[in-house]
Write a protein that binds this ligand. Structure first.
Ligand code: FAD
Length: 416
């Protein structure tokens, strides 16, 4: 009899595990607590703006190989758009300078030696200090490994690490920063092309995955929250969904792909990250000006990145905890003034929406990073997945998808 793998949580970690196991021929049932799929990476119909928007702007890089493989497997790779090369336009709101960082394709960082490609105001030798981030000692913070000051830091390292780690970089884990630098700048421009889901996260990352799962015979149960696991000595014996319970056969398995606080409530004694950082997004219903790049880095403002979508301009503020209690209209106006200055759009505030995700990611400090568990548990038919498990990466789409791949591989090996 074919065994059943129950996947708890339909975020990207759960979906990627479900796709892998379904492709192997396992019977897969996904159980999602809410009425929607995608978790922290989703599109929704926004009544205020009268359009479908993403809960937050998500940026991928061409070096995110697991995310790209996931997209290929669901036939959606073409739905990501980006420039042909690794280009990052920036504007500095304080000095009004504008420049575009252009990494060369190969691993040898020739762009560092080219004034027209590197960060203005820096010299080739400044970049040598970054090498210290490549192989840091365990448990160190970024601030303990490199000097978090100076032009190169403010114009390259800070925006890169703030976006990737979602934490004020000096407090971030050097191990996680190192993984980001190795897999992006260190891997050459071919790994650094910025990619965005122009038509939304749902149509790109979520709906094609659901279609692929359903075509493969997998079942997705929405509004089906796992309330408790029944633990035997060596295996999970049953799943309790409140109204109904599922008793597991000897060969059945479970992948818990829920956020860390939900996992900790279900598995006593599980070590999980307990601190989080917010991400604030502002969305404005307005056509971006002609020639506006898909993403623009902003320095010396509240705004960090401006994304241009059809009929919409959106802003991302990582580690935005300080803006969680700011009045929404005040925040919208502040952000819009900066967008107008950066893009040349009129000062008049267009229809807007602000989405504040309080627990967008775990806090990527060395101490929180040390709390991340691996995929295996002491129950042989229970594996863990999620961007917060110990993937060696900060909490990103790539981390979530790799964690799902890894949990699926673990469960697959156990049945082999
Ligand atoms: C605003 C924002 C911007 C971001 N920007 C980027 C970016 O630019 N680039 C990038 O790579 N990453 C970005 N991220 C991070 C990325 O979205 C996450 O890393 C990824 O979506 C996490 O996926 P996950 O499956 O691990 O977790 P989740 O998406 O949290 O999925 C967990 C799922 O489990 C469900 N669940 C919880 N409890 C139960 C239960 N008891 N029973 C059943 N189901 C349950 C939840 O409802 C949820 O659907 C961003 C995140 C946010 C919030």
């Amino acid at each position: 009899m074919a065994r059943t793998v129950h996947i708890i949580g339909a975020g990207l970690a759960g979906l990627s595990a479900a796709l892998d196991l379904s492709a192997r021929g396992d019977r897969v049932i996904v159980h999602e607590a809410t009425a929607f799929v995608g978790g922290r990476c989703r599109s929704y119909r926004d009544a205020t703006l009268g359009m479908t928007i993403d809960n937050g702007n998500h940026l991928l890089l061409s070096g995110n190989h697991a995310a790209l493989a996931y997209l290929r497997s669901i036939g959606a790779e073409q739905r990501l758009i980006g420039p042909p090369g690794a280009e990052f336009p920036f504007v500095d709101l304080a000095s009004r300078e504008r420049w575009t960082l252009r990494f060369n394709d190969g691993r040898l960082p020739l762009w560092i030696f080219d004034r027209s490609r590197r960060v203005p105001g820096t010299h080739a030798l400044d970049y040598v200090a970054l090498a210290r981030l490549l192989w840091p000692r365990a448990g160190k913070s970024v601030g303990e490994v490199i000097t978090c000051d100076g032009v190169l830091y403010r114009r390259l390292v800070e925006p890169l690490l703030l976006a990737a780690l979602n934490i004020d970089p000096p407090h971030g884990s050097a191990r996680l920063a190192s993984a980001v630098v190795r897999e992006t700048l260190g891997a050459g421009g071919r790994a650094c092309r910025p990619l965005v889901a122009r038509d939304g996260l749902g149509p790109t990352l979520i709906e094609p995955a659901l279609a692929a799962l359903q075509n493969g015979g997998a079942v997705v149960n929405l509004e089906h929250q796992l309330r408790a696991l029944r633990f035997g000595a060596e295996r999970i014996e049953a799943l309790d969904f409140g109204g109904d319970a599922v008793v597991l056969n000897a060969a059945d398995a479970v992948i818990l792909a829920v956020p860390p606080y939900a996992a900790a409530a279900l598995v006593e004694g599980l070590s999980v990250p307990t601190e989080f950082r917010a991400i604030v997004n502002a969305h404005f219903a307005i056509d971006p000006p002609a020639g506006q790049p898909p993403i623009l880095g902003v320095l010396n403002g509240v705004v960090q990145w401006i994304f241009a979508f059809p009929s919409r301009v959106s802003v991302t503020i990582s580690a935005g905890d300080q803006y969680l209690d700011t009045a929404r209209d005040v925040l919208a106006k502040t952000i819009w003034n900066e967008v107008a200055a950066a893009t040349g759009l009129p000062d008049t505030l267009p229809p807007w929406q602000i989405v504040r995700e309080r627990r967008a990611t775990f806090a990527a400090t060395p101490a929180q990073d040390a709390k991340r568990p691996g995929a295996a548990t002491r129950w042989r038919n229970l594996a863990l997945a999620g961007d917060w498990t110990d993937t060696g990466l900060p909490a990103t789409i790539e981390s979530a998808i790799r964690s799902g791949n890894r949990a699926a591989a673990l469960i697959a090996r156990q049945s082999a």
